[in-house]
Design a protein. Structure first.
Length: 81
């Protein structure tokens, strides 16, 4: 969750390495934004692969996540009038 917030708040240039900045220096703003999005998505891909694998391979993990989501929604329902 902390990583998601960090990546969501990153400025456009913060997502680019030095080579990427040089490659898009003469590109259009649309290309620059697309490249930033691709870099951020690549950063999250290993986490997504791990979560999908854990969900499919470990029923205990699946039950743990479902219980946590149920607790979260139960707390949200109780917090609103």
């Amino acid at each position: 969750m902390i990583l998601a917030v960090g990546f969501a708040c990153a400025s456009d240039a913060a997502a680019q390495c030095a080579l990427c900045r040089d490659a898009v220096a003469s590109s259009t703003p649309r290309t620059i934004l697309a490249m930033n999005l691709a870099i951020v998505m690549l950063a999250f891909t290993p986490y997504a692969v791990f979560l999908v694998a854990a969900w499919r391979l470990f029923p205990a993990f699946r039950d743990f996540v479902k219980a946590g989501i149920a607790r979260l929604f139960a707390g949200l329902r109780g917090a609103t009038p």
